[in-house]
Design a protein around this ligand. Structure first.
Ligand code: FPP
Length: 271
């Protein structure tokens, strides 16, 4: 009963605050509780194609506009104090798209990394990747390696690009590595646990995301961080990725901050 009231009052407070925002009394950003920020936000950037189609343009036009949202979200996250931002940029399954679109995305990736190096340095952002980087075109892989090295000393935030990545690809690799260790007797089957799995995934140096955002109205995970998202809060918005801006990011964070994270416990235990 008591906890029900807390939830109820949270609900009214949230609506009251949104009303105040609408009346320009208090900004969304000002409502964010810095002490309750997620450490790691993961985003499935979706809707570039539909955004372009809506304007009667080619899909690549949407991807190009999507870069502005990437920049805005990375800068805003770093400014707020988010420590890790992971962007699902190109999935294993995206290799099945028409070659012309794949080539255009790879070109865009190279030109964006080159152009945005300054943004990364200015904001203290370290670049990292997860995924099968060797499968990317050589120019793309070498540009990434160069930027990863050049931004390695930045400490404000880590921007992780998931490229040629899928959670199943990552899990298969982890299982292969673990099996090899069991086979050569350097690991006992009884010792395999949560930590063992974590240590063999490409996300091994990242905390699990507390918040996953997916744009474009689709409500699915699409083979993204299946292990790591086990207890993440999921936030879906109908905004298409090229339209997603910092206000939308604030709104997602505020929504997250109003959730009760129970991790299988009861409400009484966590309150
Ligand atoms: C999903 O929209 C988007 C992608 C597969 C590509 C994302 C790439 C970018 C935002 C540009 C480059 C990014 C960086 C980090 C430099 P979709 O094409 O699936 O859209 P649709 O569902 O409307 O077809």
């Amino acid at each position: 009963m008591f906890n029900f009231k807390i939830i109820e009052s949270n609900y009214y407070l949230r609506h009251l605050s949104l009303l105040m925002v609408k009346k320009n009394k208090v900004s969304l950003k000002d409502q964010i509780v810095i002490e309750k920020l997620p450490q790691h936000i993961a985003i499935i950037m979706d809707g570039n194609g539909r955004w372009a189609k809506g304007l009667g343009k080619l899909r690549i036009f949407g991807h190009k506009k999507g870069v502005s949202s990437v920049r805005e979200c990375a800068e805003t996250s770093a400014e707020l104090g988010i420590k890790y931002l992971t962007l699902y940029t190109f999935s294993t399954e995206n290799w099945s798209r028409p070659k012309i679109e794949i080539d255009a995305i790879m070109e865009l990736l190279v030109s964006t990394i080159r152009k945005e190096k300054e943004t990364l340095m200015k904001n203290g952002i370290k670049l990292q990747t997860i995924g099968d980087i060797n499968s990317l075109p050589t120019k793309c892989a070498s540009e990434l390696t160069k930027t990863i090295e050049e931004t390695a000393c930045n400490t404000k935030m880590t921007l992780v690009l998931a490229l040629s990545y899928s959670a199943k690809w990552d899990m298969i690799n982890a299982i292969k590595q673990i099996s090899t260790k069991v086979k050569d007797n350097s690991l006992a089957i009884e010792d395999i646990n949560d930590i063992t799995i974590n240590q063999h995934l490409s996300t091994r140096n990242l905390p699990h995301p507390e918040l996953l955002i997916r744009t474009s109205g689709e409500q699915r995970i699409s083979n993204f961080m299946l292990w790591e998202l086990a207890y993440s809060e999921l936030y879906f918005t109908s905004k298409l990725w090229p339209d997603f801006n910092k206000e939308d990011l604030y709104e997602a964070i505020l929504d997250y901050q109003n959730r009760e994270r129970r991790f299988g416990k009861t409400s009484e235990q966590v309150s």
